[in-house]
Design a protein around this ligand. Structure first.
Ligand code: S3P
Length: 184
């Protein structure tokens, strides 16, 4: 429920880097005609620079503070009929996990470490993966974060082997059921 007592039919996408949150966000926006908010884009807009620069200027903690602020502000704005695509570490802080669940139906897009490595290896815009051994970092972070994704999510989708249409269709069917139960 939002502050006006009506249901908030938002869909929130969480999951590790490279699991397709942005792509699926755009697909859901296209199919549903919802607004789309990407929290990383919001962070960049507020900071006036790219995520790589935020990490090098303020460190990861500075980035996480901005991320938490963007999420808290978003809840404050009380969005409706919106798809919200988040950064892979948005679930790290407990306060964020609470905000995400208050915002709407939380969907965890999940993939295994090798799939993530293959999908992210050419990208230079993810500071956390710019290391000598990104495979090891992915495995370690995934292990640490998995319980947090699980705690936060209403729905889990294993993305490997599914195309964007199939993933979006799965989300829509489950979200529709969830929202209909909320209303009854
Ligand atoms: C991060 C994921 C990134 C971005 C930042 C940190 C993470 O978003 O928020 O580089 O800690 O997993 P994507 O998951 O959209 O790549």
């Amino acid at each position: 429920m939002n502050q006006t007592g009506t249901e908030v039919q938002n869909i929130i996408l969480i999951g590790f880097m490279g699991c397709g949150k942005s792509t699926i966000g755009r697909e859901l926006k296209r199919v549903l005609g919802f607004a789309l908010i990407d929290t990383d884009t919001e962070i960049e807009t507020q900071a006036g620079c790219k995520i790589t620069e935020i990490f090098s200027n303020l460190g990861e903690t500075g980035f996480r503070d901005l991320e938490a602020k963007v999420l808290a502000d978003l809840l404050e704005k009380n969005p409706a009929s919106t798809v919200i695509s988040t950064g892979g570490g948005a679930i790290l802080r407990e306060e964020n996990r609470e905000v995400l669940r208050k915002l709407g139906y939380v969907v965890w897009l999940r993939a295994n470490p090798e799939t993530i490595y293959q999908r992210t290896k050419k990208n230079r815009e993810r500071p956390i993966l710019q290391t000598e051994n990104p495979r090891a970092v992915i495995t370690e972070l995934l292990e640490k974060r998995t319980p947090l994704y699980r705690e936060c999510a209403h729905l889990v989708i294993d993305v490997a082997g599914l195309n964007r249409t199939e993933i979006a269709a799965g989300i829509l069917e489950s979200a529709h059921y969830y929202f209909s139960q909320q209303q009854s």
